[in-house]
Design a protein around this ligand. Structure first.
Ligand SMILES: *Cc1c(COP(=O)(O)O)cnc(C)c1O
Length: 219
């Protein structure tokens, strides 16, 4: 679809203007059709994110012929870890050690799985993600697991148009990220920014934005 190509080009252009640093664009394809994913792929998009495991696996089956880097970004139940580890190369939504352990155990034959710790930056109880005060402990534990590669942090900021609140959260995330980067050499990913806030996030230290609606339209 021409619209998907247009949207992707627009976003890439915006990101290039904002930052000299390379910002990776993850196309969030949850609830989008296989056809839409193919259109985005034909337009040059190769990194896709999914939130619902069954739906994701069904679509992956149909898209095996494409060289896609799949990221899991949804809530994780511990009994789904094996399937997630087998079907994704990144998991961005790890927020407790039990899940990290299960992902690690599932990877007996595969080299490694890239991990971002999801952090609950707004500290809302309804939200997924580890509490800011527990981040160092979780990072330390994950770093000790042989089959996992700790790559960085992922966060969903407060659902608000109040830039001051958002800027404050980005600033905290960036600080925690830099702190981790000093400790662990393979950390290179700060995943923040979605359709409504990716420009602001990119201006404030994000190097991976996760965009669904702005590429594919409403879900
Ligand atoms: C759905 C989702 C997105 C994309 O949201 P849009 O507003 O459609 O861009 C990004 N990150 C996560 C974790 C999501 O669940």
């Amino acid at each position: 679809m021409a619209q998907i190509l247009k949207n992707l080009n627009q976003i890439q252009q915006d990101l290039a203007l904002i930052s000299k640093q390379k910002i990776r664009l993850l196309a969030v394809s949850k609830k989008q059709s296989v056809q839409n994913i193919e259109s985005a792929y034909e337009a040059g998009q190769t990194i896709f994110g999914e939130s619902y495991l069954q739906e994701a696996i069904a679509k992956q089956q149909q898209l095996k012929h494409l060289d896609i880097e799949w990221h899991f970004i949804g809530p994780i139940q511990s009994n789904k870890c094996k399937l997630i580890a087998e079907n994704f190369s990144w998991v961005q939504s790890v927020d407790r050690i039990k899940i990290a352990n299960k992902l690690n155990e599932a990877l007996t034959y595969k080299a490694s799985l890239n991990i971002c710790i999801q952090i609950n930056i707004s500290n809302e109880s309804s939200k997924g993600g580890v509490n800011t005060k527990n981040i160092n402990e979780l990072a330390k534990q994950i770093n000790q697991l042989d089959n996992l590669v700790l790559r960085g942090l992922m966060a969903i900021p407060s659902n608000t148009n109040n830039n001051e609140v958002l800027l404050n959260e980005y600033k905290n995330l960036k600080m925690i990220y830099e702190n981790l980067r000093n400790k662990y050499s393979l950390i290179d990913t700060l995943s923040m920014g979605m359709s409504n806030d990716y420009l602001l996030a990119a201006q404030n230290g994000s190097n991976l934005v996760r965009i669904g609606t702005k590429i594919f339209g409403e879900r």
